[in-house]
Design a protein around this ligand. Sequence first.
Ligand code: DLZ
Length: 161
Amino acid sequence: MDRIGVVDTMFARYDMGAEAVDELRHCPGHGTRFEILRRTVPGFKDLGVACKKLIQEEGCRIVVALGMPGRAPIDQVCAHEASQGIMLAQLLTNTHILEVFVHETEEEDPAKLAAVCVDRARKHARNAYWLLYEPEQLTRRAGQGVRQGYTDAGPLLPPAD
Ligand SMILES: Cc1nc2c(=O)[nH]c(=O)nc-2n(C[C@H](O)[C@H](O)[C@H](O)CO)c1C
């Protein structure tokens, strides 16, 4: 059975890992075609190695990595470092790791930020499933201004008749 990884952090102020797991549970083939492995680490700079371990030691075919950069300038610097680590883990393992970061500075209202967390986590969990099993779902959306966390921006031009 294939394995899809979900890694999240204690630092985040919303349980994005649970949202990603629940979304994957509702994808066709959960429990028969694929199973979900979930890990939680202290913060987003620990995501890279956790994802690489899931891929190389547990055989995950794709991983969703969820984190939250805090408000302080140092948090934004660390977010860049964390992203570099995740990109390196992808290249070293030749395996997709979808980075799902929700920055605390994206919304002032906690309820609105929580909604961004849910939307972005679920949409990227679905993207991970599609990348593995239904890649045509992404191709058909190419250039359509698809967004996670907020409503789609849509294409620049209206569709040609
Ligand atoms: C400054 C800082 N900011 C964040 C953050 O905004 N979000 C986050 O998830 N983690 C942060 N951390 C902690 C690191 O990611 C990591 O957990 C520790 O350095 C231990 O490896 C640190 C150290």
